[in-house]
Every structure is written in structure tokens, then in C-alpha cells.
Design a protein around this ligand. Sequence first.
Ligand code: ADP
Length: 394
Amino acid sequence: MNVLIANLGSTSFKYRLFHMDEAGQEVLAKGGYERVSDYAAVIDDALATLQKDGVISSADEIDAVGFKTVLGKNLSGCVIADETCVRALEDFAAVAPAHNPPYANGIRQFAMSLPEARLVALFETAFYQWVPESRSTYALPKSWRDIGIRRYGFHGASHKFVAERSAELLGRSDVARGTASLYQNGPADIPGKPLRVVSCHLGGSSSVTGICNGVAIGTSMGFSPQSGLPQNNRVGDLDSGALPYAVKTLGISMEEAERQLTKESGLFGISGISNDIRDVHQAIDEGNADAALALGHLIDSIRHWVGAFAWQMGGLDALVFTAGIGENDHAVRKAVCAGLEEFGLVFDEERNLACRAVEAELSVDSSQVKIFVIPANEELVLAREVFRKISHTN
Ligand code: ADP
């Protein structure tokens, strides 16, 4: 079965074509477009390119298309991307304005461009379906909770990959196997000592997730991708009292306040320099105190959430770094792991310095808690889920 994974941004379209069968997977092609204004045109161009390059001989050879959708109103999991799914995205477009409209439009476009292909959506919230209600509930009046305001969590595909891969690296193939079909079958009953992992997805947007036996037990992001850690331009956690206070005191509209919280906050907001951690480091080297504060705030927030989930799980077997910052930024990794020897994490600075965007162990061999870098592989999680979904529903 050939599965095309479509990654849709507000002005970008990236794709990866997988051949999937029971034995495993192979990447047949990948490509992408920036500054997209006409989705129909780039989808047609991508399909033509795949044929011109001899990857497929006709568009009919694409059996399924997978979408990493973010957040649907009253809908999560791995689902057929039909009109119900599109409407669920549109009904929460205001909560994920950068992500939901492109996916709603993209799914409709693919339904027209590839009418025979099966379309499947894996929601970023799907990994959090089994988080206990006490941890996904906000202490709000019932009327607020009734309109869907709760902690959903995001980056599900990335943390799911970490859940599976870390279990393999720790020699827990029972957990990796039990976790593999989580979205189809729910959590498996895994006997023996529970495997406790905290996954740090640190990139343009960032989140920390606690994972016990391959299943998320909690995450730093909340109702929208806005909360939790400071993001590149987004604020992260903020006291709800600050918003009305700022609107009144600064004399700005709610819309302007929202814009500033999503576009001018986070690393950019504190540093006043850039939303890219590389520029923040450079400014620190040049003596910029605001840049140092931005980095310090990011590291404190990561440690805060790692500690929360380790405590919640009664301990930790592995701490994992993934995504752009997690895979590349040795200074952030070192600061996150500093001084935790009493908790069983013994960091190896040489291994840390040597690791750039490759899978690696960063702890010393004798460390009770392992520290890993696991490069993100969200597309693979998606391709596997699409394959399982289609195989089950055929
Ligand atoms: P996104 O969340 O947008 O998908 P990524 O996971 O690719 O992004 O992360 C992008 C971020 O990772 C950049 O904004 C930058 O802060 C950081 N980053 C990327 N490459 C490096 C690098 N070589 N060193 C340090 N940080 C990096």
C-alpha cells in the first residue's frame, strides 16, 4: 500500500510517500513547496512530479493520504478524513488558527484531486485520550467545560514516536509492541515494572509529555497549542488574570492582545531579538541580558514540567529530547539535566557535545535514568497509523 503523508502549513505543503506492508515501510519520495497560495496547483504538481520521476506510474497508485490534523471539536483519534472531520477542524479553527484552516482546505482538495484514495486524519490530540480526567480538566464552571474547554495536548505523533522508540532502546519490546496499536486497540495490559519516560519535544513549538508504558499520562500543552512551555513566538503558560488586566491597562483590544500573545511573545517576546534559539545564544554571547532571560525561562519551564511528570509517575527510566532544539542544542540539554544526580540522571557532556540531530544516549553507562536524543519521526507514526486504519476498515 502506498501512503502519502501530507504536511500542510498556512503557506507550505510538504509530503512524503511511503510504501507500507506488514513487514515494514520504505520511503519512496519526499518533497515540498513554500509560499503556497494555490493548494490545488501544488498538489497536482506533486502528483505530476511523482509520475515524472517514475516513483508511481499513475496517481491511482496512491492508496491513502494521511493528515497530521491538530485539534477537532468533539473529535480525536485516528479517523477517516471525511466531511465530519473537516467540520470538526473548522469548528475549532479559532483555537488553532495557524493549523486547522490549512488542513480543512487541504483535505477537501485531496478529496477532489485523488477521489479514489482513502483519506485518514491522525489528530495531534489522539495520544492524550487516556490522560486521567483529573489531569485534563481545568477548574472551570460546568458551562465552560461543556463547550470543550479542557487540556487536550499536542505534538501527539512526535511523543508517540518517542514512546515506541525509547521502549525499544530500553530493551522493553513488550511496551513497544503493546504501544504500537494504541490508537486501534487502546492501552495494553503490560505486566511487570512500568516504563516511565518523559519526552521533551523542543522546537519552534515545544511540549513536555509524561509517558507510562507507552501511554501519555499528562502534557504541558493545554486547550490550545498556546500554553505550557514558552514557544518561539507564543507565550506558553500565562495566568488568566493577566489578559483582562493587560487589555484594560494597555488600552488594546482583545484581538490585539491575542496577536501579541501568539506572535510577539515566547522566546521572541522576552529576548526582543529572535524566535530562533540560535540567535538567542548568539545574543547571550554578546552580553544581551534579555536573551539570557529568555533562555533561562525556557530551561526553567522544561525542568518544571519534567519534574511534574517524573513525580506523577513515581520516578523516571528515561528522559528524551526531540525536535529542532532538542536534537541540536547541546547547551539547552545540558542545562535541563544539570544537578540531577540525586535523582539518578548522570549526564555525559562529551556524548552531549558529539550529538547533533542523531539518535544518541547522553547519560553515562551507569546512569540509573537514561537520557536520549531521538530524532523526531512524526511522518512514520502517521504512515503506520494510516496503514493500520485502512487495513482494519477494508
Ligand atoms: P517546528 O516546531 O517549526 O516544526 P523544529 O522542530 O524544526 O520546528 O524546530 C525549529 C527550531 O529548532 C528553530 O526555531 C531553532 O530554534 C531550533 N534549531 C534548529 N536547528 C538548530 C541548531 N542547529 N541548533 C540549535 N537550534 C536549532
